[in-house]
Each structure stands twice: as C-alpha cells, then as structure tokens.
Design a protein. Structure first.
Length: 199
C-alpha cells in the first residue's frame, strides 16, 4: 500500500514537474521563434518593399508639388485679375456720372442754338454757355473726349449709323452728318456718335 501510494505520488510529482517545464519552454521558446521569423521577414522584404515605398513617396511628393504649383498659379492669376479690376475701376470711376451728364450737355447744346432776339435772351445764353463750357472742362479733366465724326471714315466701334445718303462732296463710307455727339472716356467708348453715312 505504501509503495503504491509512493508510486502514485511520484507519478503526480513527475507530471507536475513536466507541466512546469512545458509551460516554461512554451513561454521562452515561442517568443524567440517569432522574433526569428520577424527578423527573417524584415531581411527578405526590404528590397522590394523599400523600392515600392520610395516610388510611392516620390509619386506623393510629385503630386504635392504639382498641387502647390497649381495653387501658386491660381493665386498669381487672382492677384493679377484683382489688380486689373482695381486699375479699371480707378480709370473709369467717373463713367456712370459722365453717362448721366451727357443728356444734360445735349440739352445745353440744343438750347444754345436758339437765336437771341433781345438783350435778355443774349444774357441768358451767355450764362448757359459758361455753364456748358464748365461742364465740358470738368469732363475733359476726367479724360472725356468727343468723338470726331463728320468727314471721317465710318467706324462701327465709334459711330452708330442711323441714316445713309448720297453726297457728291464726300467719298463712300464717309460720315456726312452728326445727329448726336459721341464721347470717349480715355480709350473706352461711352456713347457712339449717331451719324449719317455716305453710300
């Protein structure tokens, strides 16, 4: 009985010690094995993967450079357009006011064509002439010039033909008469001249 108990006890102790060894071996051996595999994989992959990664990074860098250059070009274009708009705004700042004043100037010109038959009318016309010349001087200071029409070759950019006629004193396509003055603001036509053109 005692021997049997001893044998059983010894067997149990052997099993426990074997279990301990296996556990210890599993814990120490397994990580070493995994590290070895990882090291081998790292040594095997770098050539292909590094090349691929380098190519990928080069492509991303090139794309970022292109995007930066496009943004820079867009910004330069925006800045140039803004500057041109600002310059045009300064150059033609008085256009609206001038356009509104032109009918008043036309009325002055028509009124001054009236013949004065007494001193009072003459004095009134002189006063109107002074106001008219003052307006023309103010317009000239802003860069407004009347468009020359009579005797000039018809220019569709500056003249608006409302009639055609036949006049031996003028050549073909020459303006023979002006019904309404046209005006330029610097290099921009703000109102074309209404004219009669010879055939």
């Amino acid at each position: 009985m005692t021997n049997e108990n001893n044998n059983t006890l010894n067997e149990e102790m052997d099993l426990e010690s074997t279990d301990n060894v296996e556990l210890t071996d599993e814990k120490t051996v397994e990580p070493v094995f995994e590290e070895g595999v990882a090291t081998e994989q790292a040594e095997d992959l770098p050539v292909d993967e590094k090349d691929q990664e380098i190519q990928s990074l080069k492509a991303k860098l090139e794309e970022a450079d292109n995007r930066y250059l496009r943004l820079q070009a867009d910004f330069d274009n925006f800045r140039r357009r803004t500057r041109l708009d600002l310059e045009a705004g300064q150059k033609y700042r008085a256009q609206k006011l001038i356009t509104d004043l032109l009918p008043a100037i036309d009325n002055f010109e028509r009124a001054m064509k009236v013949e004065a038959d007494n001193e009072q009318t003459k004095t009134l016309l002189q006063g109107m002439d002074m106001v008219y010349r003052g307006l023309l001087d103010a317009l000239k200071n802003e860069g407004v010039e009347p468009i020359e029409a009579v005797g000039k070759v018809f220019d569709p950019h500056q003249h608006q033909a409302v009639m055609q006629g036949e006049d031996e004193n003028y050549g073909s396509n020459i303006v023979t008469d002006e019904f309404q003055k046209g005006y330029l603001l610097k290099d921009r036509v703000i109102r074309p001249a209404m004219v009669k053109v010879n055939q």
